[in-house]
Design a protein around this ligand. Structure first.
Ligand code: AHR
Length: 317
């Protein structure tokens, strides 16, 4: 275990211990490592499993749904006790989830939802993804206070539930505010590199002085866009206001440096509540609620972002 992992492990050790999970084998199909948040979720999940003595079989899908389906079929063939999956996109899961159900293997969704009947999974541990978009939009509505504002939007992975829901939530908050107009909206696939490339295209197409705000569906894309804005000779956070989602350390640092304005926190600890629910279910059939909702907290320049940055860095992000 490295120092980061040790620090994160000691924080997790403060969490209440669930029932012992002797001999449990759980398969985890992770999307990949597109963002800092995703990497943190992977670290936390491995540490949570280790803390509980669970044998975790980890499969990295490298952003491909077909790899996730293969991983699930392999977990089913191996007869694992349960499956965790962070589904890359929302649709196309019914068949493989039916197979898990037939094999009596409970499946828990992590951080993203699916368009499938809810009897095909045990529970979903996610934030309210629509609400996150609404909080971002409402922050911008309040920030511009009636002034005209042309907004560009960096969407997450096309077809993923956070991209769909965060877009809808944001639009909901802007509805009725004729001063705010989304003039460009395109996917940056939740990555820093695509965030930069797409922001460069937005700046070129619109002219930087005609863009008042950026809404990015995650912090990594915002951080990539900050680079593009600087290279265009503009001041991110000042000339172009920036609001995003995740609250990863680099976003707190960007806010502390005045280069970003707001972020909404998504906890990387989805595994804690998921494994609590699974252990209880496997021990005595306790049914969890269909949705275990994690918190969404807004951070702005009013917070001590430098300290939060240092604290989160220390936690192993
Ligand atoms: O599903 C959660 C989203 O996926 C996070 O906001 C993003 O950073 C990640 O890649």
């Amino acid at each position: 275990m490295n120092i980061k992992s040790t620090l994160l492990a000691s924080v997790l050790a403060l969490a209440p211990l669930a029932a012992p999970a002797a001999d449990l084998t759980i398969g985890f199909s992770q999307i990949g490592s597109e963002s800092g948040w995703r990497a943190a979720e992977t670290t936390v999940t491995k540490l949570e499993a280790e803390k509980r003595g669970i044998n975790l079989k980890f499969a990295d899908a490298q952003q491909k749904q077909e790899n996730q389906i293969k991983a699930l079929r392999s977990f089913i063939a191996q007869g694992v006790d349960a499956i965790l999956i962070a589904p890359v996109v929302a649709t196309g899961w019914d068949e493989v989830l039916e197979e898990a159900k037939e094999a009596k293997i409970p499946v828990v969704l992590l951080d993203r939802t699916v368009d499938a009947p809810d009897d095909l999974y045990l529970t979903a541990v996610t934030s309210d993804l629509v609400h996150e978009g609404t909080v971002a939009g409402q922050w911008l509505v309040d920030e511009v206070a009636g002034a005209d504002c042309r907004v560009v939007e960096l969407q997450g992975t096309t077809g993923s539930s956070p991209a769909i829901d965060r877009k809808n939530g944001f639009e909901k908050a802007l509805a009725g505010n004729a001063n705010l107009e989304i003039v460009r909206s395109q996917t940056g696939d939740f990555t820093r590199s695509q965030g930069k490339v797409v922001m460069e295209a937005f700046l070129k197409a619109e002219g930087g002085e005609n863009i008042c705000a950026l809404y990015a569906h995650n912090d990594d894309m915002a951080v990539g866009a900050i680079q593009a804005i600087k290279e265009a000779g503009l001041k991110p956070g000042v000339d172009i206001k920036i609001v995003a989602i995740d609250a990863v350390p680099d976003a707190h640092l960007a806010i502390a440096n005045g280069e970003m304005n707001a972020t909404i926190e998504l906890t990387p600890n989805m595994a804690g509540p998921a494994l609590d629910a699974l252990e209880a279910f496997l021990a005595d059939g306790t049914m969890p609620p269909k949705w275990i909702q994690t918190e969404s907290k807004l951070f702005t320049a009013a917070d001590d972002n430098q300290s939060i940055y240092e604290m989160k860095k220390g936690l192993g992000y």
